[in-house]
Design a protein around this ligand. Structure first.
Ligand SMILES: [Zn+2]
Length: 243
């Protein structure tokens, strides 16, 4: 049992050091991830807008062609009207001209709409490009900062991760699960040393009877107040030799 406790305490030591490194990195990993996601979103939006602008330009050009074609047809019908022999033929051409004029009117309205949309889209593209530029600059800066911090702690972190793996294989699954559960609930600290008869986690006193039991290292003693595993000085000493 003492070995089980020793391993748990050793694991806690390693995890606490890993947590310290993690805290040194602070917000940087999250900030970098957020900036990357913002940049992805903006880039996608820019792509969509660029496609829209291309489509609008095609539609605008097609409408221009339609306008010219309708105008030419009206000219042609008007010339034909000068040569027709009957009123019936003349009226038929007048109706064609009316149809063309309605089409021209509609085409002009469409042109206005396209132009309006084009203008807005191009403004949006301008804004988006500026946004992308700012985000990219910020991201580059934060990535460099993070790389610097990572580099600074890389060796230590790798050593600790290996150390952890070595300890974990020696821990019984039920002990490990218990450890992880408490660690998660207690902000990273699952195992604490006894300190002057009190829990090293919440500093509440351990009842004298329990203190004796705890010193025998016969079972996993959990603090009645905070639920953390409390270990004796013996265990603390032995786990330091282990490391
Ligand atoms: Zn406690």
């Amino acid at each position: 049992m003492e070995t089980r406790l020793t391993h748990l305490f050793a694991l806690q030591q390693v995890d606490s050091q890993l947590q310290e490194i993690h805290e040194l990195k602070g917000d940087l990993p999250r900030v970098v991830a957020e900036l990357e996601s913002t940049l992805d979103g903006s880039t996608m939006k820019l792509k969509e807008l660029t496609t829209l602008v291309t489509q609008l330009k095609i539609e605008r050009d097609n409408t221009d062609v339609e306008l010219i074609s309708c105008t030419e047809k009206i000219e042609k019908y008007k010339e034909q009207q000068l040569q027709v022999k009957s009123n019936k033929q003349y009226d038929a051409l007048s109706r064609e001209i009316d149809t063309m004029e309605t089409l021209i009117e509609q085409a002009r309205k469409n042109l206005e709409t396209f132009e309006g949309k084009l203008q807005i889209s191009q403004q949006d593209i301008g804004l988006l490009n500026k946004e992308i530029e700012t985000t990219t600059a910020e991201l580059t800066e934060k990535q460099a900062e993070l790389a610097e911090v990572n580099k600074e702690h890389e060796i230590e972190e790798t050593r600790l991760v290996h150390e952890r793996a070595k300890i974990v294989v020696r821990i019984k699954k039920e002990d490990f699960d218990k450890y992880e559960r408490i660690k998660k609930a207690k902000k990273g600290t699952a195992v604490v040393a006894i300190k002057r008869g009190s829990c090293g986690g919440c500093f509440n006193r351990v009842p004298p009877q329990k203190l004796l039991e705890l010193r025998n290292n016969n079972y996993i003693y959990m603090c009645e107040h905070c639920g953390r595993i409390i270990v004796s000085d013996d265990v603390v000493e032995k786990s330091s030799i282990l490391q």
